[in-house]
Design a protein around this ligand. Structure first.
Ligand code: NAP
Length: 320
């Protein structure tokens, strides 16, 4: 297998592995075994993955707990651990959003569940229309000065929201967001390429991108059926959303390019994402060691000009 490569999070000193590993729907969710979680996370670490992405809301805290236990056996200073806050954690009116109260309390609980003294990155899991952005920026600055966060980031913010956060941070000589976490894959390109990536680049931010395989659709495993014990068998709303467009047909058509390059469609989709401008890391999801190993094989794939043109033709940036 090719050696892992590392990239800075935009204009900052910390580097993350080009392929990283996240916990949405998997650890603490479809995988409740501590042993399996540990095996997958440690196999990723052994292959050079240093960035592990979690969120408070993944399995309502259980992802942080189970991934934290697995990560505790690894040297903390080799790891870049992120978590997130925004989505409701209970019915309580303040247990959500990006208020100073929720951010501070959420970080405390994330640190306890993960079992660490600091997060490398805290992402604002969405933009909060109900909290003044200035309040959020100042809360992040305070947590960074307290040593509880090293960097903060945004997720699914627009270019304008990112620019506004930096304008506020600049006025206050505070830390602005260092990294944005958008959905980005062959089927979902418009927002990143047309809006988010230019704003991130202007402000020296990195992009760490989620659902690079469109929840598994781009692997081709849903070409003709929905296999049991898969994400799209388990999550009906996601299956309906992903099957609504031409994704399955396009995924079938992508096979010719993957075959020519001697790789799987999975690896081609991941290698494409990793090669796109501004991308610091592609966040993998995996429910087995076999999936992880196949996905890490994307490091060996070079998306040549012919492949890029074929993919642009099949998955045009303006097509979503
Ligand atoms: N910021 C946000 O709002 C946000 C949202 C979503 C995700 N994320 C982050 O991004 C990470 C990655 O997203 P994702 O899990 O949606 O990524 P993905 O790569 O699009 O989907 C991963 C899922 O596809 C299936 N899969 C992966 N590799 C496979 C292979 N080689 N062969 C067959 N099936 C395979 C597995 O599901 P099954 O085996 O269960 O079918 C796996 O859990 C998350 O863990 C999370 O950290 C962030």
């Amino acid at each position: 297998m090719a050696d892992m490569t590392y990239r800075p999070l935009g204009r900052c000193g910390t580097k993350v592995s080009t392929l990283s590993l996240g916990g949405w729907t998997t650890f603490g969710g479809s995988i409740t075994s501590e042993r399996t979680t540990r095996e997958i996370l440690h196999a990723a670490f052994d292959a050079g993955v240093n960035f592990f992405d979690i969120a408070d809301v993944y399995a309502l805290g259980a992802a942080e707990t189970i991934m934290g236990k697995a990560l505790a056996a690894l040297p903390r200073h080799h790891l870049v651990i992120s978590s997130k806050c925004f989505w409701p954690m209970s019915q309580d009116v303040n247990d959500r959003g990006l208020s100073r109260k929720h951010i501070v309390e959420s970080v405390e609980r994330s640190l306890q569940r993960i079992g660490t003294d600091y997060l490398d990155i805290l992402f604002c899991h969405r933009y909060d229309e109900e909290t003044p952005l200035e309040e959020t920026v100042r809360a992040m600055e305070d947590l960074i000065r307290q040593g509880k966060l090293l960097y903060w980031g945004t997720s699914e913010w627009t270019g304008a929201q990112i620019r506004e956060a930096h304008a506020i941070a600049d006025r206050r000589n505070a830390y602005g967001p260092q990294v944005e976490q958008p959905q980005y894959n062959l089927l979902v390109r418009d927002k990143v390429e047309g809006d988010v990536q230019p704003a991130a680049e202007d402000h020296g931010m990195g992009l760490v991108v989620w659902s690079p395989l469109a929840s598994g659709l781009l692997t081709g495993k849903y070409d003709d059926a929905v296999p049991e014990d898969t994400r799209l068998a388990r999550i009906e709303w996601l299956r309906e959303q992903l099957f609504a467009g031409e994704g399955r047909e396009k995924t079938k058509a992508m096979k010719a390019t993957a075959d020519r390059l001697g790789c799987t469609r999975t690896q081609l989709a991941l290698a494409w994402a990793a090669a796109q401008p501004g991308v610091s890391s592609v966040i993998l999801g995996a429910t087995s060691i076999a999936q992880l190993q196949e996905n890490l094989g994307a490091l060996e794939v070079t998306v040549d000009d012919e492949a890029r043109a074929a993919l642009d033709d099949l998955f045009p940036a303006s097509g979503n």
